[in-house]
Design a protein around this ligand. Structure first.
Ligand code: ADE
Length: 230
């Protein structure tokens, strides 16, 4: 079974429309929909925004459904001049940009429980996803890179510059690295797939309102494209 988590309804609704659902159960306020999607058994949940909600959802999914891999799908702010609205960023690894114990001598983003900064995504899942995405969107719109998560909507150049400088990230969002940490702790392969809704700059909130739904919906065909290959 494949676990799929999105934060907002726009990030999972197209998948749920296509799912042949067997069961829906609500745990701690989050509904887990299980059934068949693109010929594969899946469990899909909308976790809500932010790292805590995402961690609760991912860990519950592991304990209840024991997925063999986990996909986090949604939108993100693009970082860097080559990453445009409508592009797709696929994780090579995840960082928590708001994790900061530098005062204790650690590197920025160091996660002491895991003893690392970058949580590596599954190479196999990332490769399958990049390959499939290039066929759907064209290779110029597909980027493999670091995705940075934190409990902040990034909408200013200074913050954005800090995240780019500290971590070399290609996108920022609010759940992926939390789901990655839970997956890593459970020894389960994962990939994060993010369609770009804005560039995390001063125009981000306006662009996000305009492009969030469209970008989010576009990822559904990528997910249904990779599921038969898993
Ligand atoms: N998700 C989409 N755009 C984002 C941004 N600019 N910051 C954080 N999360 C996002």
């Amino acid at each position: 079974m494949t676990g799929i988590i999105g934060a907002m309804s726009s990030e999972v609704e197209k998948l749920l429309e296509q799912m042949e659902e067997d069961k829906a159960e609500k745990i701690s306020g989050i509904t887990y929909h299980s059934g068949m999607l693109a010929g594969r058994p899946c469990v899909v949940a909308q976790c809500g925004i932010g790292k805590v909600a995402a961690a609760v959802c991912a860990q519950t999914m592991f304990l209840r459904y024991a997925p063999s891999e986990l996909i986090n799908v949604g939108v993100a702010g693009g970082i860097g001049s080559g990453v445009h609205i409508g592009d797709v960023v696929i994780s090579s690894g995840l960082v928590q940009h708001d994790m900061d114990t530098t005062a204790l001598g650690d590197k920025k983003g160091f996660i002491s429980g895991l003893s690392l900064v970058v949580i590596p995504a599954s190479k196999r899942l990332s490769e399958i996803t990049v390959h499939t995405a290039e066929k759907i969107y064209g290779s110029e719109k597909v980027h493999l890179g670091i995705i940075a998560s934190g409990d902040q909507f990034i909408s200013d150049g200074k913050e954005l510059g800090r995240i780019r400088e500290d971590f070399g990230a290609s996108a920022c969002e609010m759940e992926g690295a939390s789901i990655a940490q839970v997956a890593y702790m459970n020894g389960v392969p994962f990939v994060v797939i993010r369609a770009i809704s804005d560039n995390a700059d001063e125009k981000a909130s306006g662009n996000f309102s305009e492009f969030c739904e469209k970008s989010a919906h576009e990822t559904a065909s990528l997910i249904t494209g990779i599921l038969p290959k898993l």
